[in-house]
Design a protein around this ligand. Structure first.
Ligand SMILES: Cc1cc2nc3c(=O)[nH]c(=O)nc-3n(C[C@H](O)[C@H](O)[C@H](O)COP(=O)(O)OP(=O)(O)OC[C@H]3O[C@@H](n4cnc5c(N)ncnc54)[C@H](O)[C@@H]3O)c2cc1C
Length: 409
């Protein structure tokens, strides 16, 4: 009898999880052993991390235990941090010293925040990167309110978000809804807080159409958000942010959403890299490698001669849906299919009751767009865990953690 091939998947984000689930469905009995390795035993819904940062959703709405999402009789889950990969001996090395052998490997290690080397940002800014990093934002916000009651230092209640792209606007929208609630709990007038959005380009949501840009600018201004477009951050300390217009903002909170890049681990692996992502062929294999695949934010898949697909959940999921059958085709010696991306649209939320974007070519904004955003999130959940997961997660209403100020111990 032929020995079962070993398929190892690195990363339990959208890409890795959807591939695992699909492999579980498509593989024949005894055909392969599949192992999914992820840093944590939970999957975080990356597209909703801004809610964790602002405290507008509970932890169990954003994180899901990975073994609950996979067929554990077919897919083995291993919690571990990947340290390196030896492509010659076909082994993955974990930080705890363990080695995991593979015949076929999938790299779906996702994104990292790019701080572009701006002094102080790496050390002092808060990142929308993972569940833990965004949870740190929330605890920091609470601490600032708590401390303000003692010292009345305005830098504590000056909250700055860097970047007015997709993630920056989602974060701003969430803060605009959360901060008044925090003010109420700590008995501090909202007028003593400032939320500032600093953006290097000339407008919010660069790349969106003018109607979406105007709608978003007006909407956030209505909430008292100060928009500083055409403004660059030059430096950041733990108490101040220096701008290129000569101003220094006294602030202890810089939430960085200036850009993302591929996982830095990928560069360590000696793979073909362009713009921090792994170059992949039309079949989602790492260029020049027959048994190593790469998808999602980690991969650089060219949609034409000059442009790569953007790092989005939509791309990661579609790639995962093809990657699973392609891995199986490779192990069966069959021909692989080429990846074709189909863009369904983009919707950015601005808090819970407004959003902007386009769906299937139709421009939308306001409450209807916010509803469509929920539909999109429901679809992601459906792909991750079927109807049960959709019902379970949606029944956990987005509710803030805080009802009263936490008591000092
Ligand atoms: C706030 C926010 C809102 C977003 N909204 C949208 C949206 O509305 N629509 C959309 O299409 N996209 C959106 N995105 C982008 C989307 O979340 C990403 O494109 C998507 O998560 C990429 O999936 P992935 O599987 O490639 O990587 P990830 O989801 O990043 O998963 C990578 C996994 O690898 C694990 N990992 C990393 N390094 C290691 C290691 N060394 N060892 C072990 N495990 C490791 C991580 O813990 C993680 O679980 C948003 C992103 C953010 C931050």
């Amino acid at each position: 009898m032929l020995k079962a091939k070993k398929i190892v998947i690195l990363g339990g984000g959208y890409g890795g999880l959807v591939t695992s689930r699909k492999l579980g469905k498509l593989l024949r009995e005894g055909e392969a052993e599949v192992t999914l390795i992820n840093k944590h035993d939970y999957h975080y819904i990356a597209t909703q991390l801004h809610k964790t940062g602002a405290g507008t959703a509970t932890d169990d709405k954003i994180t899901i235990h990975i073994p609950n999402l996979i067929q554990t009789d077919k897919i083995r889950f291993k919690k571990g941090v990947i340290d390196s990969v030896d492509f010659n001996s076909q082994q993955v090395h974990l930080e705890n010293g363990e080695k995991v052998s593979y015949d076929y490997l999938l790299l779906s290690l996702g994104f990292e925040v790019d701080t572009f080397g701006i002094p102080g940002v790496k050390e002092n800014a808060f990142k929308i990167r993972s569940f833990r990093s965004t949870k740190a934002i929330y605890y920091h916000l609470l601490h600032q309110f708590e401390a303000y009651k003692e010292d009345r230092d305005p830098s504590r209640l000056t909250f700055v978000v860097a970047g007015a792209g997709f993630t920056g606007i989602e974060m701003i929208g969430e803060l605009a809804e959360a901060i008044p609630g925090m003010c109420k709990i700590y008995n501090i007038p909202v007028s003593e807080t400032r939320i500032i959005n600093v953006e290097a380009s000339g407008s919010v949501l660069p790349g969106f159409d003018q109607k979406a840009i105007d709608y978003t600018s007006n909407y956030v201004k209505k909430y008292g958000i100060e928009l500083m477009t055409s403004t660059k951050i030059l430096e950041c300390t733990d108490t101040a942010i220096k701008l290129d217009n000569g101003t220094t903002l006294p602030s202890r909170t810089l939430i960085w959403s200036g850009g993302v890049r591929g996982n830095t681990l990928l560069e360590k692996l000696g793979l073909p890299i362009e713009k921090s992502r792994v170059k992949v062929d039309r079949h989602l294999r790492v260029q020049g490698m027959k048994n190593v695949f790469c998808i999602g934010d980690a991969a650089r898949f060219m949609k034409n001669e000059t442009e790569a697909l953007p790092p989005t959940a939509q791309v990661a999921i579609q790639q995962a849906e093809l990657c699973a059958p392609n891995i199986i085709a490779a192990l069966r010696g069959e021909s692989l299919r080429e990846f074709q991306y189909s863009h369904k649209g983009t919707v950015a939320s601005i808090g819970n009751t407004a959003a902007v974007g386009n769906v299937f070519g139709f421009k939308i904004n306001g409450l209807f767009a916010a509803f469509m955003k929920q539909v999109i999130e429901a679809r992601y959940l459906f792909v991750l865990g079927g109807p049960t997961l959709v019902i379970r997660q949606f029944s956990k209403l987005a509710k803030p953690y805080l009802k009263t100020a936490p008591q000092n111990k």
